[in-house]
Design a protein around this ligand. Sequence first.
Ligand code: RB5
Length: 174
Amino acid sequence: MFDKEKLVPVYIGSDHAGFDFKNELKSFLDENKFDVTDLGCFSSDSVDYPDIAREVSEKVLEIDGSFGILICGTGIGMSMAANKLKGIRAAVVESEKVAEMTRRHNDANVLAMGSRIIGVEDMKKIALKFLNTDFEKGEERHVRRVSKIEKNGGGGGEVSSETDAGETDAGANN
Ligand code: RB5
């Protein structure tokens, strides 16, 4: 079983290109006891991915500690649209390694994936890795850099984590 089952609210959405994979991924995460809410789309009719990206992102911003998962053809349009909302850090992910690193270093709160790029079984593994990996909030350099991302967004947003004074940039994963 997984560390965060039943603890983490997850908002999932897709456009028509990601519809089938979104449904399958939602069922998989339900089976693994995540608290998943489907924000659409709800049929394979063509929709505009920025609308879904906004709905999911607004919920992630509203519910502290929640995550978003967005699926379109490539993951790129969804991530671009989501990243327009201040406080959203959406990452396009195609491997478990990147899922892990974008949580550990970037504190990504939205996972974007492409149904025309990777298969649904890979999406399941990537989603579990993403949802079960913590931001390295004790590493001052990561907290500082994520704060700078938010400042680039024009608002000087806060990173809600404590920092350990005296951390250095030494080490292989800087
Ligand atoms: C829809 O055809 C496609 O453009 C969309 O799913 C996505 O890949 C955009 O980035």
